[in-house]
Design a protein around this ligand. Structure first.
Ligand code: ISE
Length: 347
C-alpha cells in the first residue's frame, strides 16, 4: 500500500517538536479528545524536559528534529517549539516532504518566512499550515460569515482589544507584536478579506505593571488597501483577565465578537460575570476545531487552513509595525500580491 493511501485510511502518526505548555495541550487534545490522529513521538531543545514529557505521554523521544522527521515513524509534524526554532524545524519537515503544522508566528521575521515559502514553492506542494487558531473560533467564524454576507454593508472601522492578565518575565516590548498582536494581524486580514496598506504603533503612558524591557500597553493602527481603519489595543499586564474584543463598524450596522457564555452570579447585593483567565481557556474550542480540521485535511493531502503565505503576510506587517514603533510614524506594509501557488483558498 502506498504511503499516501495508508495516511488516508489510518490514524495520522504525529511528531511534536517542542513539549512546552502549548505542545502538551496539543498532545492531550489529539490523544484524548480528537479523532483520526495520534501523537507518537516528540523532540525538545531540552532533552531532560522532552524525555520527561515523552515518558508522561508514552511517546518515543528523539534527540533532535532532523532524526525525528528522518525516522519514518511520523506522517506529519507539529512545531510548538520556541519561535526562534520554527524556521529550522519547518525546514526539516519540508525537506522530508512531511506536512507540518507550525504554531504562530511561522518565524520571527518576514525574511525567515520568505525562506520557508521559497522552499515550499520549490517542492511544488503546499505542506505548511500556521497555527492562527482564531480563524476557527465559532465567534470569529460567525463574524466573518456576517461580514461576507454583505447584509451589513462594507466594513469601515474595527475596534479591537487583546488583553492578558500577565506575561512571562522574558516577554519584551517587540513581543507585543510578534507574540500577541500577530493574532489580530492575521485574523483581521482574514475577516475583512484585504491586505494591509499601512501600520502604525502608538505607545500610550506605560502601566506601573510594565517592566524595563516591556512597554505596556501598546496600540496598533492598521489601514487596509481599501481604507478600512482598525485599532487594536494590546494590554498584556492588565491583572484583570483575558479579554478579546472585536467590533466591526459597517455601513448598515455593527457586528461584535461574542463573549464566551458564562452564568452571571448574584450574591451579597452584587452581580458578577466571570471572564477567562488565559488564552487556553478562551480559545479551547478554536484549538480543538483547528487541530481536528488540520488532521482531516492532512489525511486528504491538503492544506485548507492558514498557509505559509498567511504566515509570511503576518510577519511582513509585524516587521513594519516594529519599524513604526521605532520611527514613531505610520509605515507602509509592503506585501507583494499573493502568488498563484498560494491563492487557492485564500482568506
Ligand atoms: C501568547 O503567545 C498567545 O499566543 C496568546 O494567544 C496571546 O494572548 C498572548 O498574548 C501571547 O503571548
Amino acid at each position: 500500500m502506498s504511503a499516501d493511501l495508508r495516511i488516508m485510511s489510518a490514524d495520522l502518526r504525529i511528531g511534536i517538536a517542542g513539549t512546552g505548555a502549548i505542545g502538551k495541550t496539543h498532545i492531550e487534545r489529539i490523544n484524548t479528545r480528537l479523532r483520526g490522529g495520534k501523537v507518537v513521538a516528540a523532540t525538545d531543545a531540552s532533552p531532560t524536559f522532552g524525555k520527561a514529557t515523552a515518558e508522561q505521554y508514552n511517546l518515543e523521544f528523539f534527540p533532535d528534529c532532523d532524526s525525528l522527521v528522518a525516522s519514518k515513524k511520523i506522517d506529519a509534524l507539529i512545531v510548538t517549539a520556541a519561535d526562534d526554532d520554527h524556521e529550522r524545524f519547518v525546514t526539516s519537515a519540508l525537506k522530508a516532504n512531511l506536512p507540518v503544522f507550525c504554531e504562530k508566528p511561522l518565524a520571527p521575521t518576514a525574511d525567515a518566512c520568505k525562506r520557508i515559502i521559497d522552499l515550499e514553492t520549490s517542492i511544488g506542494k503546499r505542506l505548511v499550515q500556521v497555527g492562527f487558531m482564531r480563524r476557527y473560533d465559532p465567534g470569529y467564524r460567525e463574524l466573518k460569515r456576517l461580514v461576507d454576507s454583505g447584509e451589513f454593508g462594507a466594513p469601515l472601522m474595527l475596534h479591537c482589544a487583546h488583553r492578558n492578565f500577565s506575561v512571562a518575565d522574558n516577554y519584551t516590548t517587540p513581543m507585543a507584536i510578534t507574540s500577541t498582536l500577530i493574532h489580530e494581524i492575521d485574523v483581521l486580514r482574514w475577516l475583512i478579506g484585504e491586505d494591509y496598506a499601512t501600520v502604525e504603533m502608538i505607545l500610550p503612558k506605560a502601566s506601573k505593571h510594565a517592566r524595563a524591557n516591556l512597554h505596556d500597553p501598546q496600540i496598533m493602527i492598521l489601514t487596509s488597501a481599501s481604507g478600512i481603519r482598525m485599532d487594536v489595543e494590546a494590554h498584556v499586564t492588565n491583572r484583570t483577565g483575558y479579554d478579546i474584543q472585536c467590533e466591526v463598524c459597517c455601513e448598515e450596522g455593527y457586528l461584535k465578537l461574542p463573549e464566551l457564555p458564562t452564568v452571571p452570579r448574584l450574591r451579597h447585593a452584587q452581580r458578577a460575570t466571570p471572564i477567562c483567565r488565559d488564552w487556553s481557556e478562551r480559545f479551547v474550542e478554536a484549538y480543538n476545531i483547528e487541530i481536528q480540521e488540520w488532521m482531516d485535511s492532512t489525511k486528504k493531502g491538503r492544506v485548507d487552513g492558514p498557509n505559509a503565505w498567511d504566515g509570511y503576510a503576518a510577519c511582513v506587517c509585524a516587521d513594519a509595525a516594529q519599524q513604526s514603533r521605532e520611527q514613531k510614524t505610520a509605515v507602509p506594509v509592503a506585501l507583494p500580491p499573493t502568488p498563484a501557488f498560494y491563492s487557492a483558498g485564500a482568506f
